[in-house]
Design a binder for this molecule. Structure first.
Ligand code: NAP
Length: 211
């Protein structure tokens, strides 16, 4: 019998700013993992870092909406940006689970470097029981470190290891850090971010000062 469970991708990231690498990642995950849709989840108040350029969550949300508006399989959630406390992925997944039918399968999509730190996230065991992970890598990324730490996790059975699939994305040669630098230096961002996002960055004057 065909598997009729709904499969939802949750694309977690700071999106500061969102770029074509993120959009290609989400579309590739949707196709490779037969996802019904991908929900972009801009981080509200990250537990592990400062937001470069001091761009408020609401603005990162708007840029994500502008970038994804044309894709009927993409949507953007306000769940994390509306929470005043820290944005822990396990809390996000629990909240998402409540608003979907019981049998829904969740795939959390993000950068491989973020996944590498997963044991330091809140409740990694609980999180691993709620979703599978899709770890996107950039060109030149050595998967050795990630594969070694995943192997260690699998050995330590009591940890409840995460199910992680690697996905190599050439378009992730684009990075948000590099884009912020480009804006600051006055270099072109054309073809790296959607035009609508570039226009919004110009209009609001983001990233002109050092991070
Ligand atoms: P990050 O540390 O800023 O990013 C790590 C790397 O992954 C960067 O190279 C980044 O590139 C890339 N990346 C980030 N999101 C991506 C995506 N959706 N697709 C492809 N590449 C991506 O990561 P972050 O944005 O702060 O966090 C990523 C996700 O993990 C968020 O949803 C965050 O809430 C979650 N997280 C949760 C916890 C926790 O629960 N305790 C802790 C840490 C992170 P760009 O800079 O170009 O995006």
């Amino acid at each position: 019998m065909a598997n009729s469970r709904t499969r939802i991708g949750i694309m977690g990231g700071t999106f500061n700013p969102i770029h074509h690498g993120h959009l290609v990642t989400a579309e590739e995950a949707r196709i490779q993992f037969a996802l019904d849709r991908v929900v972009f989840m801009p981080t509200g108040n990250p537990p592990h870092k400062q937001i470069g350029g001091e761009v408020a969550a609401e603005h990162r949300y708007v840029m994500t909406v502008l970038a994804t508006a044309a894709n009927p399989f993409f949507e953007v959630s306000r769940l994390e940006i509306e929470r005043s406390d820290l944005s822990y992925t396990v809390d996000t997944l629990r909240a998402m689970k409540e608003s979907y039918p019981d049998q829904t399968e969740f795939y959390f999509i993000t950068g491989a470097d973020a996944i590498l730190e997963i044991l330091e996230w809140k409740d990694p065991k609980g999180l691993s029981s709620l979703c599978k992970f899709i770890a996107a890598t950039r060109p030149g990324y050595s998967t050795m470190k990630l594969e070694r730490s995943l192997a260690l996790l699998r050995e330590a059975e009591e940890a409840g290891y995460p199910d992680v699939e690697l996905m190599h994305i050439p378009a992730l040669a684009i990075s948000s850090t590099d884009l912020r630098l480009r804006v600051r230096e006055g270099w072109s961002t054309r073809y790296l971010v959607p035009e609508t996002v570039a226009g919004y960055i110009r209009k609001e004057g983001f990233y002109r000062d050092p991070d």
